[in-house]
Design a protein around this ligand. Sequence first.
Ligand SMILES: [Zn+2]
Length: 424
Amino acid sequence: MPVSRSAPARQRSLREHNLALVLGAVARTGPQSRARLAAATGLTKATVSSLVDTLVTGGLLQELGPSAGGVEDRPTPGRPGLPLGLSPDGPVGIGLEINVDYIACCTVDLAQNLRRRETVIADLRDQPFGVVLDRAASALSRALSDAHGHGPVAGVSVAVPGLVDTDHGVLHLAPNLGWRDLHVVEELRRRCGEHDLPIKLENEANLAALGELWCGGLRTDEGEPLRTFGYISGEIGVGAGLVMDGRLFRGQRGFGGELGHLPVSPDGPVCSCGATGCLERIAGQDAILSRAGLDCVTGPVTNSEERRLSVLLERAREGDPRAIGAIEEAGQALGSGMAALVNVVDVDTVVLGGMYALLAPWLFEPARRELERRVVGMRWAPVRLLVSGVGQDAAVRGAAGLMIQKVVADPASYVGARSDRSVG
Ligand SMILES: [Zn+2]
């Protein structure tokens, strides 16, 4: 029959789709009985039972005890009414963030709970690529060997502050690190000796936006989980990530979101990108510290960015006008940059993340005023400014969560790869 070759493929893809539907329902709403999963997904109870069996065998779902807090049904003949939850022994995702002044690494489980976290503070600006990658690979190796005690590793994603070719794992440009056209994924694989492990490279602000989406707990005015917003990542550089209806908007080639290089003062100082008067030369961490007179601070961690930032916060809390003025000036410039973003892409919420979440007590009001003043449609379509619920961990949490999200979106591939490995 002419259709015989395509029919099995269609059946298989339908089952793959339904596996994702069931696992996604548990991931979104917590433990559920088979009967409730059937009601939530519109599938028959028999189909749900068969899908659940595959997900339990595949190590993604687990039957919970009656006291697990899930929704329990009366037992039905042949099937217990116990709720099914995400398996605590299921796959973990690892996130690695290489930023200008730190390396962070974290491990999350299927429920996006944090299992392990490590930060290495270091000024990486003048360090050769190989030295930085050695340190990043060491942090990753420690996370990988620790993860083997938790469960299989679904994969690693790596956040970097620059323009990224995710398909080839190449960092094209990271102006603040002085890096250009580097094979980050290949070099990490070689150093960790992990040649088959999925490793994905992505822009730091994009991953931070996803970290906010999955772990931030922010809500709309109607009390729904926030699923559409612009996320502003403030570190040494300034980046933006756009989430539209729960999905990251990457632009055509993934090079968007370079908010820090928005020209706000054409005659201003020269930027690391080569242009002049970019937003990050006014609202970036270095610019704020410099205006606050914190170019050089001595202390336990001499001159580190973290030390200088904590001195800035200390002085702002004490009411030091120079520190507060430096932050307020950044807030005003940032507000005008965010207004440009909203005028172009029309989102109703902007989230201040990274360092800006720490500076919010002084930065928020000038930023909000400028945003409201410059958004053309403000009168008819108000814009809310919120502070990140995740703070400075957003990028590394988004990086780890991305690998978990891939499993939840396509459990069939994970279960298939796992059984291939156990057969092999
Ligand atoms: Zn620039």
